[in-house]
Design a binder for this molecule. Structure first.
Ligand code: SAH
Length: 273
């Protein structure tokens, strides 16, 4: 897939309040949230535009069905997650040279040193998110995703949630995701450019928060923006350096944290570039 040159972006329907100096430094910040600073985020509604045929020359539905069967065999049991993964055309989100690997259970480069997570990890995290909702047959409410990357997981979330706010700190990937998602016409997926470590206060509280990049701790802003009864799933570095998946549930009594299996995500970084 060779996306056409990105047209100049239209106006930004939503803009956060001006702040007192968002840092331009890209130093990794561990466990520090800056709820008072929340600018630099722009809401991008995906324009409703005609879909373009991908022309990849593979029977993608059949290949996706096989991917879904494999996910089920690996233990993913949530019917809605499996249906959503069967729906979204993953090959549209990777470079042309990688299209034939799009449905393999592997992470793939998406540019700027970042990767699209492997299907099994995406499905696992989405299943965990949905297990956190009161009624598993219901859709998730508003969801915040940190790390849009190529936009694949945001598209899958778009099938599972009423609204998706997805933030990316690298302009090049934010633009790429916008291009990738345009054809899908997902009116409930909102792409934002900014530092996701600050969350996105305008959309809060969130029924669910999911991060595709791992830091030393869960930023306080995320916890604050999680609804009571909501669930957060994110990779996090443990003492010793290894990364693990962490589930955080916010209840009226407080916050509970569960550490699950080891994972390998790109680092969570502060600032934008
Ligand atoms: N869900 C994505 C995976 C992208 S990889 C997909 O489906 O393609 C994780 C992404 O997190 C990278 O693009 C990286 O730039 C981004 N990231 C890292 N720290 C961030 C931050 N503080 N705010 C927003 N995005 C961040």
């Amino acid at each position: 897939m060779t996306p056409p040159a990105t047209p100049k972006r239209p106006g930004f329907p939503v803009r956060l309040e001006p702040d007192a100096g968002t840092p331009s430094a890209t130093k990794k910040v561990a466990g520090r949230a800056h709820p008072e600073r929340a600018s630099g985020l722009f809401d991008m509604k995906i324009p409703a535009k005609a879909a373009v045929s991908s022309g990849v020359g593979l029977d993608s539905r059949a290949v996706r069905t096989r991917m879904v069967q494999k996910l089920a065999a690996q233990g993913i049991s949530d019917a809605q997650v499996l249906a959503a993964m069967g729906q979204v055309e993953r090959h549209r989100f990777v470079d042309t040279a990688l299209v034939n690997q799009a449905y393999e259970d592997t992470s793939l480069p998406i540019g700027l040193g970042q990767t699209i997570s492997k299907p099994n990890v995406v499905a696992r995290m989405l299943e965990l998110l949905r297990q956190g909702v009161a009624s598993p047959s219901a859709k998730l409410g508003r969801v915040l995703e940190i790390g849009t990357g190529c936009g694949y997981q945001a598209a899958v979330l778009g099938q599972l949630a009423s609204e998706v706010y997805s933030i990316e700190r690298l302009r090049g990937l934010h633009d790429k995701a916008r291009e990738n998602l345009r054809a899908l016409r997902l009116a409930n997926v909102h792409l934002l450019f900014g530092d996701g470590m600050l969350g996105y206060a305008k959309g809060a509280p969130y029924a669910a928060i999911i991060a595709a990049a791992g830091g030393e701790a869960i930023p306080q802003a995320w916890v604050e923006q999680l609804a009571v009864g909501g669930r957060l799933v994110a990779p996090m570095h443990m003492a010793g350096g290894a990364q693990a998946l962490v589930v955080l549930d916010r209840t009226a009594q407080g916050v509970t944290q569960t550490v699950l299996e080891a994972v390998h995500f790109v680092p969570l970084k502060s600032g934008t570039s």
